[in-house]
Design a protein around this ligand. Structure first.
Ligand code: ADP
Length: 244
């Protein structure tokens, strides 16, 4: 019998309550090494909150999350957030050059070290020219800013990328280009991807697994084919209303 590889991240009955409201309700989900999991669900269903629990940007109220078989609370938050790196929907650019944006981490992380050649290599990895290092980051297009945000994450050698609607500000062609880049990076660097997206065509193209979250509950999980053939009543109702 072949031994099953343990999941890279395992969530067991994770709940999050705030001001007496249940935002996440007993979520159990495993993420395998090098998988690409898509999470979708109506707005306000807790998807972003769940991503934030995974790298301790917020502390869940109940349940457990393990990373490499150890409780995530056993990792210093700053180290965990480098390994499990959140890329926000809207890239946050500080005033200044691309170089300043890529190295801003050094202001609070004394361990952060980089070199010009590493910055150039990382920009190339995300499909940008090293020439833009000294350009004003805010003058760049939203697609370029999203790539810079990705490069900033990659400089920390992450193992997991949490992508929160990473392409919702981009047109479909640019969205595919950036996800193609992420797919190559994931392949080259053994990354595990957890992506919130409402775009069925992108989920079907890139995800290996999909989870449907409604009202803080994980209703259904499976391969992306569940988007066309959901089993659960609530998923069927939700997917019928969604443009595919
Ligand atoms: P989604 O990403 O699925 O759109 P969110 O995780 O952003 O959903 O939000 C889920 C619910 O939790 C929403 O109703 C939101 O208003 C609420 N929520 C999230 N964070 C807080 C907070 N800090 N205080 C109060 N309510 C919150």
């Amino acid at each position: 019998m072949t031994e099953q590889t343990p999941p890279l991240i395992k969530c067991q009955d994770v709940s999050y309550n705030i001001n007496g409201n249940s935002i996440l309700d007993s979520i159990s989900l495993e993420f395998q090494f090098k998988s690409w999991t898509g999470i979708l669900g109506p707005s306000g269903s807790g998807k972003s909150t769940f991503l934030r629990c995974l790298n301790r940007l917020i502390s869940f109220s109940d349940g457990s999350i393990t990373y490499h078989n150890k409780p995530i609370e056993s990792y210093p938050p700053s180290k965990l957030r480098k390994k499990i790196c959140l890329i926000q929907q809207k890239p946050l650019m500080i005033p200044g050059s691309v170089r300043e944006n890529l190295t801003v981490v050094k202001d609070w992380d004394p361990e952060f070290k980089t070199t010009n050649s590493l910055l150039e290599k990382t920009l190339n990895q995300v499909g940008l020219q090293a020439l833009i290092l000294d350009q004003d980051a805010r003058s760049l297009s939203s697609g370029e800013q999203q790539r810079i945000s990705l490069a900033r994450g990659l400089l920390n050698n992450p193992e997991v990328l949490l992508l929160d609607e990473p392409t919702s500000n981009l047109d479909p062609r640019l969205a595919r280009q950036i996800l193609d880049t992420i797919q190559s990076l994931a392949f080259e660097n053994n990354l595990t991807i957890i992506m919130v997206s409402h775009d069925h065509s992108l989920l079907k193209k890139y995800a290996t697994d999909v989870g449907i979250m409604i009202n803080g509950k994980l209703i259904e999980t499976g391969p992306p084919t569940i988007l066309d053939h959901p089993r659960e009543h609530d998923s069927i109702q939700f997917l019928m209303k969604e443009p595919s």
